[in-house]
Design a protein around this ligand. Structure first.
Ligand SMILES: Cc1ncc(COP(=O)(O)O)c(C=O)c1O
Length: 552
């Protein structure tokens, strides 16, 4: 295991994207597979945000630097919170910023010389950005919540606009619950919605859930943020984080000036957990003076797409009980499972508790879920929840206070959480359409995952685990040594070098493995399989062939 520098929360293999400081133009000059005459767009030439014809713009790091001046401002890069500067978030880093520049150029009719006419955002699990249609039931309910006056025109809704009676009934029930989506709710979320979440957990797991332990959140991200804020007491506090990981964890630990204690997932075992590797990581961290308080597990995995077995879940819980660690179970992909079965940490803990009375009662488990993933894909509505089990009531009071400081999660998002956990059932009027939409999204995702997996099999030096779940594939790539040298010459890691060239040549934006952490000496990239069609997959295959031939 590679040593992690103390106080700096970076997983092994993590590298700073130094080249962000260079302009797109100077980097394009260094590229061998590149748009030759593409001129980077300066933000000053773009229409302002909000203009009806303008695409939204991202200000590139180079442009930011050009605008920066220390002279007349209180804040500059040298005096802001250094922990914010230390945080890395590759999912929205250098490569996606460049992809956004390409996208803006194409939208404005510039970039005619680019070797592609569309940008494929395969870097982020944002289903509706990539044409996944919202589930009709959720949006019909949301439309009535936003504009309750429509409920006074029941006849039009039912007979002209295709709303079903259960949509109206659900909207009325939710409005009774929240009064108005324009009003703050309780900080933990509306009580009736938390009760629905508890019932969902009971149906899913076959064990009781208590609504008073459910906290609605602004997506799972705010839940993770809350938990890590409460857990991270000193700069010596550490949290075991799976590597590779979703960078929310390392970034938040960096902001909190706490320590990431990396444990490696086992690529050869479909990215499962390896208890020996977790134990080694814990022992070493404790020997280094790290006060390890918690273990985070992402199941199904991001970026790996692996789904843990019931035995792996139980092993982690036993280990956490032995070592007195809080378990943070990130289960946002729980319905994105193609192979095997999702086992929730809550169910597994309940089984352990039932089989061993008294032994596991104080295991502290926080499980998170979200409306952003699965077939729901409502990322922009920012809804989710976490359930707390086994926590000290005094700690719970502090968690409650912490969430209260943020007032409340978006109320429409809370209502969509309710629709997710309590969707139309068989026999209800909205059920046939709901089921058809749900199944078709699921099948589409699976089909595209398999198409990508088959394509990877045709690519020299690329090896990928069979798709099991979540929204990602995370293949290993072996690149020729000349590509490694060329990457070093331009201050990129080889996987960054590969992903940048892939973007420049095809418009496909993926994330280099160095953004998630990877074992020393290995290279990967993460791609989603959300983009419609398979044409882009073929673009990737032919790029790869050219790349390998060029750098051999
Ligand atoms: C593993 C994991 N956890 C949490 C999140 C955050 O999701 P949300 O949109 O619910 O904040 C993501 C988003 O991609 C994720 O992949």
């Amino acid at each position: 295991m590679q040593a992690i520098p103390r106080r700096v929360c970076r997983p092994p293999g993590w590298r700073s994207p130094h080249a962000t400081a260079r302009s797109l133009k100077s980097r394009a000059a260094a590229l061998r597979v590149r748009p030759r005459t593409f001129t980077p767009i300066s933000i000053s030439t773009l229409p302002s945000l909000g203009s009806p014809t303008s695409p939204p713009t991202i200000i590139s790091p180079a442009s930011i630097r050009a605008m920066s001046s220390n002279a007349s401002r209180a804040l500059n890069l040298a005096n802001i919170n250094p922990h914010v500067k230390a945080a890395k978030y590759a999912v929205r880093g250098e490569i996606p910023i460049k992809a956004e520049e390409y996208r803006s150029a194409l939208a404005l009719g510039h970039g005619k010389d680019l070797p592609f006419d569309t940008v494929i955002a395969a870097n982020i699990g944002n289903p509706q950005q990539l044409d996944q249609k919202p589930i009709t039931f959720f949006r019909q309910v949301a439309s009535l919540l936003e504009n309750p006056a429509l409920l006074e025109h029941e006849d039009v809704l039912l007979n002209q606009l295709g709303y079903q009676s259960d949509v109206l009934a659900r909207a009325r029930r939710l409005l009774r619950e929240v009064q108005s989506v324009g009003a703050y709710s309780l900080s933990m979320g509306a009580p009736g919605i938390r009760a629905s979440v508890a019932k969902f957990i009971e149906r899913r797991d076959g064990y009781p859930a208590d609504p008073s332990t459910i906290y609605l959140s602004t997506g799972a991200s705010s839940g993770v943020n809350t938990l890590l804020h409460v857990i991270c007491a000193t700069p010596e506090t550490g949290v075991l984080i799976p590597i590779p990981q979703y960078p929310l964890y390392t970034a938040t630990l960096a902001v909190l000036n706490a320590r990431c204690v990396p444990y490696y997932l086992d690529e050869a075992k479909a990215w499962g957990t390896n208890l020996d590797s977790i134990r080694d990581a814990l022992t070493k961290a404790r020997a280094d003076g790290t006060d390890v308080r918690a273990i985070a597990v992402i199941n199904p995995g991001n970026p790996t797409g692996g789904t843990l077995t019931a035995a792996e879940v139980q092993d982690v819980l036993r280990f956490a009980a032995e070592e007195k660690l809080v378990v943070i179970a990130d289960e946002v992909y729980q319905t994105n499972v193609f192979v095997g079965e999702f086992t929730s940490f809550k169910k597994s803990l309940s089984e352990l508790q039932a089989a061993n009375p008294g032994i596991y009662d104080t295991v502290e488990l926080a499980s998170l879920h979200s409306i952003s993933k699965g077939m729901v894909g409502e990322c922009g509505h920012r809804g989710g929840y976490f359930e707390l089990v086994g926590f000290d009531p005094e700690v719970v009071a502090q968690i409650y206070k912490f969430v209260s400081i943020q007032l409340c999660p978006p109320v429409v998002g809370q209502c969509i959480v309710e629709c997710m956990v309590n969707p139309p059932r068989e026999g209800e009027p909205s059920y046939p359409l709901y089921k058809q939409e749900y199944d078709s999204i699921f099948e589409g995702l699976h089909k595209r995952a398999l198409a990508l997996y088959e394509a990877f099999k045709r690519m020299e030096g690329v090896h990928c685990q069979e798709p099991q779940g979540s929204m990602y594939l995370y293949p290993t790539i072996t690149l020729p040594s000349r590509a490694h040298e060329a990457a070093a010459a331009e201050n990129h890691t080889p996987d960054e070098f590969y992903c940048l060239r892939l973007l420049d040549a095809t418009g496909i934006c993926v994330v280099p493995g160095s953004g998630f952490g990877q074992k020393e000496g290995t290279l990967h990239f993460r791609t989603t399989f959300l983009a419609p069609g398979t044409d882009w997959v073929e673009r990737m295959v032919s790029f790869h062939e050219g790349f390998m031939a060029e750098w051999k």
